[in-house]
Design a protein around this ligand. Sequence first.
Ligand code: ME8
Length: 525
Amino acid sequence: MSKAFYITTPIYYVNDKPHIGHAYTTIACDVLARFKRLDGYEVKFLTGTDEHGQKVGKAAADKGITPLELCDANSQNFRDLAKTLGISNNDFIRTTEERHIKACQALWQRLEQAGEITIGKYAGWYAVRDEAFYDEGELTKGPNGEKIAPTGAPVEWVKEESYFFPLSKWQQPLLDFYDANPDFIAPKSRFNEIYSFVKGGLNDLSISRTAFSWGVPVPGNPKHVMYVWIDALTNYITSLGYPDESGEMATFWPKSDPVAIHVVGKDIIRFHCVYWPAFLMAAKLPLPRRVFAHGWWTVEGQKMSKSLGNAIDPNMLVEKYGLDQLRYFIMREIPFGNDGDFSEAAIAGRINSELANAFGNLAQRFLSFIGKNLEGVLPEPNAYTADDEVLLKSCHGLLDQCREAMERQAFHDVIEAIWVVVRAANGYVDVQAPWALRKTDPVRMNTVLYVLAETVRHLAILIQPFVPTSAAKMLDQLAVPETARSFGFLGEAHALKGGIKLPTPTGVFPRYGDPKAGPNPGKGA
Ligand code: ME8
């Protein structure tokens, strides 16, 4: 039976244009999904758009269109982005879909039947921009003396009939759960942040609104629509077919040994690490395995904002630098979990030093040498020297290292482990100098070229999740069949056969020119 793995991005609000921040989360999830598939898992990968709430209602009204018209247009931008980024999601959910409304209402009824929903009156502060409630004590004064939320969003006093979820009652069960599952929230700093937040006490949560109607109607009382976060979080099980608990629910949301990982930005951890597990516990449904909250990108040292107009369009980056180049950079530049800064100088630098010079050249040099001098035939190896054994051993040990880092969602560590071998292989070329051996010791030259080919085969197989198109080109050039590119083919048992004919090599990772003036190197790369 195959192992299951479920990976989700947040569902993005449709009132924003997709930018580098959204691309980041989605690419990270795609890398994980691809890694797990190559490692033999049955993977479900979900992304989508969050389409209800007061914010969307208001934005549509401002434009003079219906909320659904706004959602249709803007949801498509996220779907198109996923395509541009080469994302391998198996489902794209929209919260306005019938299947989702059905799932939300089923979850609501289940909570109601469990005695977890009561009706009362809500009076308090609400920030439409954040779609979040705030306590008086959390508010500060804005520039004009008005009250603002900790995020800087304006708040309004809301007083209306509302349904409530008794979140306070779940304080201790949540703390017990965190204690028993210290890996539920990653990285550790976020775990600590949530733990102390919950320890500080929880207020019951208003979970319905009557002031607007753009939402999922509360079953039996359609004057109310559900609070947008109860609606949004439910998407993770809607996609699995909930309320039907067989099928994908049984596979990807199992009763024990959870397999789901939610990757989110650090801005929305409270919703994912406090509300979501509390709703699930109250509904007596299983919990996901982990919420990983990554850090925040700034751009050229500045926070991205609508007013500054500095949000970076990922489509532009793909056009300018190439898709794999962007995917590699974004996963390499900052340790996953930390904040980071996006700069064009940094992406150009990594493309040239790491992809073009280090990895691209490693493959290109020996492949064109074989093409020119050996009629493109991969030579048979002879007896291995200690240097050969060391390099091959480091290749054979890579999968375990990558797996271990991937279990922690430490993408940067996976890349670094691969690059340790890239650097070792370049050092090996310098020491062995195969080009000089052609005249002096062709037998030894054959072995060196073979060891390099076998090394690049390992590196290219393992780097596929990050740079799928380029890795595929590299594997094509080594004549590795498409059916022999999963992690099961790593190691000696599936080593390349000497004597095979290799296709004419072409460069896989071109250099990027002057970032301001240069031609696009990534095109077609
Ligand atoms: O919060 N740096 O949607 P959203 C890194 N609909 N990541 C960033 C980023 C940045 N500067 N800006 C955005 C919502 N992100 C809800 C989610 S889930 C049930 C509902 C990414 O459109 C990051 O993943 O505001 C963040 O959590 C997400 O976009 C917020 O997307």
